[in-house]
Each structure stands twice: as C-alpha cells, then as structure tokens.
Write a protein that binds this ligand. Structure first.
Ligand SMILES: [Zn+2]
Length: 92
C-alpha cells in the first residue's frame, strides 16, 4: 500500500526476509522510498514495528533508542484499546 507521512509518499511492503531486522525504512529524501516490515510478524509486535518505522519516516534524525521505546509504548496503548491486524496487511 501507499501512504503519506508529512506530505511525502511512501510505500509499505510486507516482505518475507529482512535478515535480522523486523522492519526498515528508506531515507525520506529517496525516490520510491519504502517501509518494509517482516511478513511473519503478527499482533502487537507487528503494530510496534509499524509505529517504529513510521516514526523514522516522520523524524529521520530521531534517536533510535527513543524510537524503540516510543513504539513499544504506543503499540501497547493501541493494543489495549483493541487494535488488531486486518487482512489488508497481508504480503503485497
Ligand atoms: Zn529503528
């Protein structure tokens, strides 16, 4: 799927193999930039990785430690509020 963050267009892909990473994010000034998320993730962990990579997209300069902690916290809140995976998040 495609989406925008702060007015810039991104593509989100769920990919079978990201090596040791659960997700990654291209630099915001790259043409055809993507966020890639490991396809095997489910539930609160997938939500956490999506939030993590979206924060990188929005604030490329933001410290990794901050991003990690914020994504865990935000995923926990959204999970408790009832967010769940949908079928639209399947590999594309
Ligand atoms: Zn990161």
């Amino acid at each position: 799927m495609q989406f925008t963050v702060l007015g810039k267009r991104w593509r989100l892909r769920f990919v079978p193999n990201l090596g040791s990473n659960r997700g990654d994010c291209d630099p915001p000034d790259r043409q055809g930039k993507e966020i890639r998320v490991a396809a095997g993730l489910r539930g609160e962990e997938r939500l956490e990785v999506l939030i993590h990579e979206l924060v990188h997209a929005a604030g490329w300069h933001i410290d990794e430690g901050f991003v990690e902690r914020f994504a865990v916290d935000a995923a926990r809140v959204l999970w408790r509020l009832g967010y769940r995976d949908s079928n639209t998040g399947s590999p594309s």
